[in-house]
Design a protein around this ligand. Structure first.
Ligand SMILES: [Zn+2]
Length: 459
């Protein structure tokens, strides 16, 4: 099977040039000017940007949380991702307390098997790690799960103590693995929440008001300090505010391998979106939306490489029957919001169109950097001879309006309802197969492969 993509402007993290691309089977085989090769399919990309497929390294499909389960499964969630120009997700398997690491991973393999429309990998959420489980951790790394997520938040559910974090960082670090940290002081937050509930503060906006930026900054500081003692790198997930970013900045200025991702919601939305009524439940996610002034600081961090990656933390719950569980008590609102479908065009819009970052940096932040961070480069994250043909043809001038009426995520609202943006994903190839053609899904659930990842090459 040969596919020829003609006349496109190829943008990678470092290149910007016009050329044709020949895809043979699953990989890019030739890149050159005016290629005159026979092909089964020819796609004219004249006037379009041709970029590497997006990599979203933070999604939660079918995640059990707060007495319900996130509303996208691996089928609907990966189809929505493809619509938005994302060809790889890294989701989170969960090791429950009292369960072996391998049992947790196996459970997620069962969930995803045969359902994904694009390629996928896993991190493992680790809730317990005693000395006698370290060998198991290394086995899991050999099976291609080279990153582990730990929580300083959610006491009694996911929270791990500092000793466990140190143990995990040391054990993973020894083999080139990476600990991804949900950095928020959940123990202090729980005290603040108790006070709020005692005063009768139950509306969604109190979710944000009980999780101060200081709790996040303290978590980031502590995660970096423990990583430094463990002589290991650390990756902070969903960094939301300037206070936390400053901790990363200071560490990086000292030469410490501290990394962080942020998400579109922290770049485009703010604490004002909670409003006064229950509609604000749409934005109950953790960390919460912050004061608007944080947005420009985060964009600055993305520009200066203090923030390296943009993920979504896609974790959708419908308003109906799911978010509604928390009517009258914000602590019962399932935490999370949809986003996997609009990350690439949103960042193009807020970044490139608004003149905050270059086209190359846009590709780096939405694809290349995650590939390097999570051991997928150069198979993924670039357009080069020999790399997987995960390719997006992106119309930079066309406009779209984001709406729950037209999106493909299995959720009854959009966090960006009515927002008009420039840039539309037109055609998407996943390992050489057209999965999105003129914005229509032509792929197949189940054609996505599990990705055995290598180790981080970002340091
Ligand atoms: Zn998450």
């Amino acid at each position: 099977m040969k596919t020829l993509i003609k006349n496109g402007q190829i943008i990678t993290a470092i290149d910007n040039y016009q050329a044709d691309i020949l895809v043979e089977d699953e990989r890019v085989s030739v890149i050159g000017r005016k290629l005159e090769m026979e092909a089964d399919v020819t796609i004219d990309a004249g006037g379009k940007l041709v970029i590497p497929g997006g990599i979203d390294p933070h999604t939660h499909m079918e995640l059990p949380f707060g007495g319900t389960e996130s509303s996208d499964d691996f089928r609907t969630g990966t189809i929505a991702a493809a619509h938005g120009g994302t060809t790889t997700i890294i989701d989170f398997a969960v090791q429950n307390k009292g369960q072996s690491l391998i049992a947790g991973l196996d459970r997620w393999h069962q969930k995803a098997e045969g359902k994904c429309a694009i390629d996928y990998g896993f991190h493992l959420i680790t809730t317990e790690l005693e000395d006698n489980q370290i060998e198991e951790m290394h086995t899991i790394m050999d099976e291609g799960v080279t990153s582990f997520k730990m929580f300083m938040a959610y006491p009694g559910v996911f929270l791990v103590d500092d000793a466990t974090i140190f143990r995990a960082m040391s054990a993973a670090g020894e083999r080139g693995g990476l600990i991804c940290m949900h950095a928020e002081n959940g123990i202090v937050i729980n005290e603040i929440i108790k006070h709020a509930l005692a005063k009768g503060h139950t509306a969604p906006k109190y979710h944000a008001l009980t999780r101060p930026t200081g709790a996040e900054a303290e978590g980031v500081h502590r995660a970096i300090a423990i990583a430094e003692m463990a002589e290991a790198p650390v990756y902070i997930v969903h960094l939301s505010c300037a206070d936390a970013l400053n901790q990363i900045r200071q560490a990086r200025d000292r030469g410490i391998p501290a990394f962080a991702e942020t998400c579109p919601q922290y770049l485009f939305l703010s604490v004002d979106d909670y409003g006064e009524d229950f509609d604000g439940a749409k934005y109950v996610m953790t960390p919460p939306l912050r004061e608007k002034a944080n947005q420009s600081e985060l964009w600055k961090g993305l520009k200066t490489d203090d923030l390296q990656v943009i993920s979504t933390d896609h974790c959708p719950f419908c308003m109906k029957e799911q978010k509604e569980l928390g009517r009258g008590d914000f602590t019962r609102i399932p935490n999370g919001a949809p986003g996997v479908e609009h990350r690439v065009p949103l960042i193009y819009n807020g970044g490139v169109v608004e003149n905050r970052i270059s086209l190359n940096r846009f590709v780096e932040l939405t694809s290349t950097a995650a590939a390097k961070m999570f051991g997928l480069f150069p198979k993924k994250g670039t357009i080069a001879v020999g790399s997987d043909a995960d390719i997006v043809i992106f119309d930079p001038d066309k406009e779209q309006t984001i709406s729950a009426q037209t999106h493909h995520m299995n959720v009854d609202y959009s966090a960006y309802e009515g927002r008009k943006i420039r840039g539309v994903v037109e055609t998407v190839l996943s390992r050489g197969s057209v999965v999105i053609d003129n914005s229509e899904f032509k792929g197949k659930a189940g054609s996505g492969h599990f990705l055995k990842r290598g180790t981080c090459v970002a340091i």
